[in-house]
Design a binder for this molecule. Structure first.
Ligand SMILES: [Ca+2]
Length: 326
């Protein structure tokens, strides 16, 4: 009995101590891509980095998150430090190379949602000095910030297949500048025949976006461009049938920014529905086909002919009367 108790005690102690060792394993920046381990959101205390040396780190990022890399060093005039963010294929995504007369540097990257979910990213820090041997007291903080769209926790997709299903309402979205691939936000919303789908996008003053509306067959219905950065854009569509419509908000210019947007779906007033839907059907007729839609029963042409006949008759009557008075 005592032997059994001792066995369980020893086994428990071994398992517990192993867990403590794993939990306390300090994040170590590797000397190669291959050696980099994913420690999540942590601070790497690297220390001094000699001229030409590089340290590598790794972290998983889900679209809808911004990877922030904060580098701290001791002031050391003439020394330079380079930091780079890479994708999993080691393709360079964002980079800075700075003199360490400053002591804090930031760079970031915002991945777009192409349906791949969480992916690994690498971060490197290198001593690129020409005139100094050491970059001193380097530490690197890897963290993730929420930049998801419509409070969904993820990024609205970069294409139709990854469109974010959304209900009408007011939301915040996010689009990246050059430091990211989140340049398009596709949303998908259900609409009924005759309803008016309307979209309003309010960017910050130095950003410009445009809006596209597509039908369920991914046919472009509307496209609205801004005249200048900061312009509030609206687009609307009277829907001819029950379907899911796509709304696309695209970055035209500006850095990584939040934007406000509203999606509204309202029932058209009686009579307006038919009229508006007909107008839109006329608008989307192919070039050269527009005239064919005018008065499908031919009444449009008869009215014109009738007006011409009446006009000729009136002129004739006026002429005859004038002749008789002479
Ligand atoms: Ca986005």
């Amino acid at each position: 009995m005592i032997k059994k108790l001792l066995f369980f005690f020893a086994a428990g102690f071994f398992i517990l101590s192993s867990c403590v060792v794993i939990a306390q394993e300090p994040p170590v920046a590797a000397t190669s891509f291959e050696g980099a381990k994913d420690f999540g959101q942590v601070v790497y205390t690297i220390g001094d980095i000699k001229k030409g040396e590089t340290r590598y780190m790794k972290i998983s990022v889900q679209p809808g998150k911004r990877l922030d890399v904060a580098i701290n060093v001791s002031r050391n005039d003439m020394a330079t430090v380079e930091a780079v963010i890479y994708d999993e294929n080691r393709k360079q995504l964002n980079r800075l190379n700075e003199d360490t007369d400053e002591t804090q540097f930031m760079l970031f990257y915002v991945p777009g949602n192409v349906g791949q979910g969480v992916r690994p990213y690498y971060v490197s820090v290198k001593n690129t000095s020409t005139y100094r041997d050491i970059v001193k007291n380097v530490s690197v903080n890897l963290s993730l910030a929420d930049v998801s769209d419509a409070q969904s926790g993820i990024d609205a997709g970069e294409d139709f297949t990854n469109a974010l299903v959304i209900q009408p309402g007011a939301y915040k979205g996010f689009l990246a500048g050059s430091a990211g691939s989140d340049h398009k936000d596709f949303y998908r919303v259900s609409v009924k025949r005759g309803q008016e789908l309307s979209v309003k996008v309010t960017p910050v003053s130095d950003a410009a976006y445009f809006i596209n509306i597509y039908d369920v067959n991914r046919k472009e219905i509307k496209q609205v461009f801004p005249e200048n950065p900061g312009q509030i854009l609206t687009a609307s569509w009277f829907t001819p049938s029950d379907q899911d419509a796509y709304i696309l908000i695209v970055r035209s210019e500006g850095g990584s920014r939040n934007y406000d947007f509203e999606i509204a779906v309202s029932q058209a007033k009686p009579g307006v529905e038919k009229e508006q839907t007909k107008k839109q059907e006329q608008k989307i007729l192919p070039p050269g086909e527009e005239g064919r839609d005018e008065g499908k029963d031919g009444s449009g042409w008869w009215i014109k002919i009738l007006v011409v006949i009446i006009a000729i008759t009136l002129v004739g009557v006026w002429y005859m009367k004038k002749k008789q008075t002479k």
